[in-house]
Design a protein around this ligand. Sequence first.
Ligand SMILES: Cc1cc2nc3c(=O)[nH]c(=O)nc-3n(C[C@H](O)[C@H](O)[C@H](O)COP(=O)(O)OP(=O)(O)OC[C@H]3O[C@@H](n4cnc5c(N)ncnc54)[C@H](O)[C@@H]3O)c2cc1C
Ligand code: HEM
Length: 411
Amino acid sequence: MLSAKHIELVKSTIPLLESAGTGITEYFYQRMFKHNPELKHIFNMTNQRSGGQPAALFSAIAAYAKNIDKLAALSGAVERIAHKHTSLNIQPEHYPIVGHHLLATLRELAPEAFTAEVEEAWAAAYGVLAGIFINREEELYQKNANRVGGWLGARQFKVIEKRQESALVTSFVFAPVDDEPVVDYQAGQYLGIKVEPAHHEYREMRQYSLSDKPNGKTYRISVKREDSRNPDDEPGTVSNYLHDQVNVGDVLDIFPPAGDFHYVERNEPVVLISAGVGVTPMQSMLEMLASKKSDKPVFYLHACENLAQHSFNERVQALTSELKLTHHTWYRELDGNEQEVLNSQGHSGSVNSHMGFMNLVPMKADLPLDKGDFYLCGPVAFMRFVKQQLIELGVEDTRIHYEVFGPHSDL
Ligand SMILES: Cc1cc2nc3c(=O)[nH]c(=O)nc-3n(C[C@H](O)[C@H](O)[C@H](O)COP(=O)(O)OP(=O)(O)OC[C@H]3O[C@@H](n4cnc5c(N)ncnc54)[C@H](O)[C@@H]3O)c2cc1C
Ligand code: HEM
């Protein structure tokens, strides 16, 4: 329990935190990696360079200071972070390291404001927050370990199938080396995957959404090859390693399924909205609904570059006969051949395709705006654009759920 004095002192530092901004967490990470370089094996160093992770940590710390006397307001964020931490196998003994560098950062950046009593208050406050994460993470670890097919920590899986889904996306199906069952997951959840690319300085961990329905025996992920965004950058480390060097028969370390973004059954229509490789959790939800022979109305709205990059297109067409499914796709640009292919499919009546950005206004009469559940996945800018449309069309915020394929960011 924090004392009233501790709460007051932590709150008094909010203006300081806000004026320093993400400079605090950037400094914190530099300090931590200098003194504890072994943590570079756990953190995604690209998210450090891009600033995504320092920004996510800063917003979590600032939200904690603001809500320190009403922690219930943080429960959604705590749940999301705890799931992400478990996919990376974060352990209680890591917390004092982070706490030590956080306090040292505040002391070094603001020596005048960070008096002995403010430091004591922050130390107590960090202890409380760390305790909340440690407890929730332990619950999640145990829950996974105690279910049929569950496990703790890394488990070895062998690639039993590798299949190209589109120009940039390849699926991998994994079966456990021990031949035992694997724990079920909620459609929408992801796996933590650890790889050690040859000649690479660090082990690398990444999350990949499960892209099929649970079957108790295997897992499927579908990975987009990430190119370099600028000529001077390296192409994506893990995605290119998986595409180019991981083949059927190879063994990888995998952490149990995690994630607070997943399908929740309610007796209402559901609208799945994705862009690019954001198809993966949606594909899992569609396959799961089909396996349960769901008769609810399902809308699947997808945006992608062109036909060549349209993953699972044929499979979704096939699912229209198993589900009460309405399927629309927006292409950014098609070449002449692709346009022809699409026209020929369009004449058969099975394809609702559009060009340009996803625009929900013309179809507002068909969408279950007043009661449906909306699941979004894709680049943050895309999800912001779609969420804005949904809000303007009257969908309540609480019915809009989304996943960011990187450090979390509010829409
Ligand atoms: C919950 C969750 C679910 C996910 N599900 C999926 C999924 O289903 N399918 C999928 O494909 N991905 C998914 N991802 C994304 C995935 O985890 C990886 O982030 C993605 O594969 C890229 O990893 P990488 O190692 O290939 O690229 P990284 O090495 O992490 O690089 C990412 C990008 O940054 C660029 N970059 C590299 N160095 C720099 C630099 N110095 N400065 C600026 N940019 C740089 C790279 O060129 C690349 O484009 C998910 C992520 C999360 C958090
Ligand atoms: C109270 C302490 C902590 C807070 C407030 C915190 C906060 C966060 C937040 C906000 C994220 C981003 C979540 C998301 O994207 O959804 C995150 C991710 C992460 N955290 Fe923590 N965390 C804490 C402790 C720790 C500890 C002790 C470790 C282990 C050393 C750790 C390792 C990580 C890693 C590796 C990620 C993923 C980073 C990435 O993908 O770039 N965290 N944490």
